[in-house]
Design a protein around this ligand. Structure first.
Ligand code: ADP
Ligand code: MG
Length: 613
């Protein structure tokens, strides 16, 4: 989707007319031969039309914090020009400053709008089935548990589960994933996906306001509050800089005439020129806009970055730590072997495991349930899931399903296994184990290669899985190192160790059992919307899709944004420095100063918008 820099609805028409009128007055005043008094009246009229709010803002700024802001600089420069008899310049200063502000405000508004528009993927109508008939309602009024119909080509209005029909859904606007995915009864669909050629019936599972899309929108709208250090630098820079500039201008106006007998009119004019040139508007506008554009670019690729501060840290990454299951591997386990103990059939072992896992969301549990769809599901008496170990469920008897660690705690002896395994015990008696294989994601190897090429060469993996499965993945991806058999708490300890030897550490996890590590890392990536709310909350970056390569895209976007921001800072300050010196020496007129100021601000804004591309 193209982001238009200037959108019609963001044009402030009244302001545009005022600026147009003032411009015509300026030209008339300069070009038409009139008496000086008439000219002065024309310039004053233009000044009032174009710039009264600049003066108001300047005075308000003074009262609010005694802060000398850009409006203040511009106001004294322009009033000063009038007082010294340079009416045309006085009007030009305010007029061109306003024109610069007009364009940059429009750029900021438009990019902000396009990002929120882009992220508001929620349709505002849905067809609910009522007594066999479809009635169209706002999805806000449709309760959880209702059935809705989605016709071909429609955007899915609420999160839910397909109960009838089959189709392909396009998830690209949510996840950036280009290939449509096939869905059939039993599959989850999210609000924001676009239905393909089939008609679907979906049982609503979440209220409209609780959907994944609503959560994304919330994240995106929060972004603006978190400022990057460079942004804060500009604000505090302006706070110190502006008074210094005003002080220098005052000295420039007063000292030469007093000490060396210079002409007052010449030196006051030079001082006013100096004020115009030194206005920091180029930076005040373009730096936040640059960060915003960088975040917007990522958002369009399904990468939600929670603020400019994250983007800035991300650019300095030198170490990346990955979770294994669901992050580097697909998380879709297939059963590779069933090893029941003597006297137990393979079917009953599988059925016990599936029964124990009926309430878990772990990828292993999902694949066990898929392998045994018609297992009896009685409401259990109690259920407990131990992160990184497994589950325990008691109904008529107690079933435990999990790894060797869990069995060790229960005092059940288990054989050592090479593959990822779920061991099953019934009332403390060992029933056997089920082995699983998981495939490494196709994009994982490319991701590692790309990270190494970018100088982010320290690549680690932390997993709760067995040593053998971990080693296999680490070898295949040529990782720098790995640790296995970790509980969620062990993961934090290992992460802290790695953190002490690195500058900036990224952690990438799928959101299952990794909220603590996500919070402990410098930048935490939660992958996929399948993760828990706490993980999405703790993460600094949320990847809507589940492609690990998004980490590389985020890294590239952050580095590009930072280089654009620094280009603006360096170029704007150098141009200003040169013209400042020229102005002080009397080689730059106020006209040159006005155009340099507006020109640099617009250039900086346009440069910032490159971060969106
Ligand atoms: P990773 O760190 O690789 O993402 P997890 O922390 O999700 O892995 O889980 C680590 C290990 O804990 C799994 O390999 C599995 O042995 C065990 N485990 C966790 N949850 C369950 C469960 N619901 N059922 C069975 N085993 C589980
Ligand atoms: Mg995991």
């Amino acid at each position: 989707m193209m982001v238009r820099i200037f959108k019609k609805e963001n044009i402030d028409k009244a302001l545009m007319l005022r600026l147009g009128a003032a411009f015509v007055l300026l030209i008339c005043g300069i070009a038409i031969p009139l008496t000086n008094t008439v000219k002065l009246c024309i310039f004053i009229a233009g000044w009032l039309i174009a710039g009264y709010e600049v003066v108001i803002a300047a005075v308000a700024g003074l009262f609010r914090g005694g802060l000398l802001n850009e409006s203040f600089l511009m106001s004294i420069a322009s009033v000063g020009a009038f007082v010294t008899g340079n009416g045309a310049e006085g009007l030009a200063v305010i007029l061109f400053y306003q024109i610069g502000e007009f364009f940059s405000d429009m750029a900021v508004d438009s990019s902000r709008d396009s990002i929120s528009e882009l992220m508001d993927l929620r349709p505002d109508s849905a067809h609910m089935l009522k007594d066999g008939e479809a009635v169209t309602l706002h999805p806000q009024h449709i309760p959880v548990g209702s059935e809705i119909v989605i016709y071909p080509g429609e955007r899915i209005p609420m999160d839910g589960c397909v109960c009838l029909g089959a189709s392909d859904v396009d998830t690209s606007s949510m996840t950036g994933e280009a290939q449509p995915i096939a869905v059939e009864p039993g599959d989850e669909v999210l609000c924001g996906y676009v239905n393909g050629a089939g008609t679907l019936r979906v049982t609503v599972e979440k209220e409209y306001g609780m959907s994944a899309a609503a959560r994304i929108l919330e994240l995106v709208t929060d972004i603006a509050d978190k400022k990057a250090p460079s942004e804060r630098f500009i604000t505090s820079f302006a706070r110190i800089y502006t008074p210094i500039v005003v002080g220098c201008a005052a000295l420039l106006a007063i000292l030469p005439p007093l000490l060396f007998g210079g002409l007052w009119s010449t030196w006051v004019y030079r001082a006013l020129t100096f004020l115009v040139i030194s206005c920091p508007c180029a930076l005040v506008i373009s730096v936040p806009l640059g960060f915003f554009a960088g975040i917007g670019k990522c958002a369009r690729q399904g990468i939600l970055i929670k603020g400019g501060n994250v983007l800035e840290r991300l650019a300095k990454a030198d170490t990346v730590v990955f979770d294994k299951t669901g992050t580097l591997t697909s998380g879709h386990f297939s059963i590779s072997g069933i090893y029941a103990t003597d006297g137990v059939s393979a079917e009953s072992l599988l059925s016990l495991a599936a029964q124990a896992e009926q309430l878990s969301t772990h990828p292993l549990a999902q694949s066990l349930r898929a392998a045994c769809p018609d297992v009896p599901c009685h409401a259990p008496e109690s259920f407990c899931e131990q992160p990184g170990k497994g589950v325990m469920l008691s109904s008529t008897s107690i079933i435990a399903a999990g790894n060797a660690k869990l069995m060790l705690e229960l005092g059940v002896l288990v054989p050592t296994t090479a593959a990822t395994s779920v061991h099953v015990a019934l009332d403390g008696r060992y029933m056997g184990h089920i082995e699983f294989s998981d495939t490494i994601r196709a994009e994982a190897a490319a991701c590692m290669r790309a990270l190494r090429q970018r100088g982010t060469a320290r690549l680690f993996m932390l997993t709760g899985d067995s040593e053998q499965s971990a080693e296999q993945v680490a070898d295949a991806l040529e990782l720098t190192g790995y640790s296995s058999r970790l509980s969620p708490v062990d993961k934090v300890i290992e992460l802290e160790k790695l953190k002490s030897s690195s500058n900036t550490l990224l952690y990438v996890g799928d959101g299952t059992n990794d909220a603590p590590v996500l919070a402990a890392s410098d930048v935490g990536f939660a992958m996929g919307l399948g993760g828990t709310d706490s993980a999405i909350e703790a993460a600094d970056v949320v990847l809507l899709g589940d492609d690990p390569y998004s980490v590389v895209r985020a890294l590239d976007a952050s580095r590009r944004t930072l280089s654009i921001v620094w280009q603006n800072i360096v170029v704007a300050l150098s141009i200003k420095a040169v013209i400042l010196v020229l102005g002080a020496l009397g080689f730059a007129s106020m006209w040159l100063a006005v155009f340099a100021d507006v020109g640099v601000a617009l250039l900086a804004v346009l440069n910032s918008l490159r971060a969106l591309k």
